[in-house]
Design a binder for this molecule. Structure first.
Ligand code: ATR
Length: 276
């Protein structure tokens, strides 16, 4: 049996095992996927354990996505640029690091867009790990322009500078984002605001009067619809939650490990059934 898994801390709420195992069952693959609780001080030992135990692949989640990099043998270019790894492939003891978060997001976005990504002016709220993956992937796929706002402005500045290598990118203050809200075609929340306190918005939508051709997107999927998405929908916007990003990042990892096309619908069904 080939063994895959996910390392994180805490890890008990992860939906990855049920999503991947549903895929293995559907394709009758002799594989298993386990969740491993790994404390930060044990990360190096856990990574050596992948080689020692001959695990085929590991997903990496909070808080290890950045810290794991020095322990791997090779990092793919996009993951290097993002500065974080969420997928490890073990090729006969050689550990390769990838980041499928940004590509996963891009796939989920392309599924729901009716307009061409190339014409889009994107606002990204937040400048942490998830934001970097999403912003750099969108920048590399040639959106029209990007603005990044964040509570800590320096992080937005750094990220805008990196994205600026590919498309015009600015860091703006949260207030400027609120003022300019009608200038954007997609507004993406990458912060955790709206997850724990369901009444919180990452930015105020008071100035929003654009009703058509605007997308509100949130990387959060518990709750299924954050206040940002609910308010966006009320205003007539199309919305996209983070569920498909989660499914597609998993599907991309699945494909790297198994060489099989991921059964997306089976994976989505397994997760949705659990969340319902
Ligand atoms: P992730 O990997 O989920 O992106 P992260 O790298 O810790 O996690 O980034 C969290 C992001 O959410 C950051 O942009 C953070 O803002 P700061 O850079 O100012 O810390 C943002 N964030 C989290 N909680 C927040 C809050 N209560 N208010 C505003 N921004 C918040």
């Amino acid at each position: 049996k080939q063994i895959m898994g996910v390392i994180g801390h805490p890890i008990k709420h992860t939906l990855s095992p049920l999503m991947h195992e549903a895929a293995y069952n559907a394709l009758e693959l002799n594989m298993a996927y386990l969740a491993f609780e790994v404390k930060p001080e044990d990360l190096d030992k856990a990574i050596h354990g992948i080689r020692a135990l001959g695990l085929r692949g590991i997903n990496v989640t909070i808080p290890h996505k950045v810290e794991v990099i020095p322990f791997l043998d090779e990092i793919d270019d996009l993951a290097k640029e993002i500065g974080a790894v969420n997928t490890i492939v073990n090729d006969n003891g050689r550990l390769m690091g990838y980041n499928t978060d940004g590509e996963g997001y891009l796939k989920s976005l392309l599924q729901c867009l009716t307009n061409d990504l190339k014409g889009m002016h994107v606002l990204i709220i937040g400048a942490g790990g998830a934001s970097k993956a999403v912003a750099l992937t969108l920048a590399k796929h040639g959106v029209k322009a990007m603005a990044i706002c964040n509570r800590t402005i320096e992080k937005a500045e750094d990220l805008a500078k990196n994205c600026g290598k590919y498309v015009p990118s600015l860091s703006i203050s949260l207030e400027e984002a609120e003022e300019q809200i009608n200038d954007f075609d997609i507004i993406i929340n990458t912060t955790s605001i709206g997850m724990i306190n369901e009444n919180e918005l990452p930015i105020s939508l008071k100035k929003l009067n654009k009703k058509k051709d605007i997308y509100f997107s949130d990387l959060i999927y518990t709750p299924f619809q954050t206040k940002l998405l609910l308010e966006g929908e009320k205003a007539g916007a199309k919305t996209l939650n983070g569920l498909d990003m989660f499914i597609y990042q998993g599907a991309l990892a699945f494909e790297r490990w198994t060489g099989h096309e991921a059964p997306i619908n089976v994976m989505r069904e397994a997760v949705t059934k659990h969340l319902r």
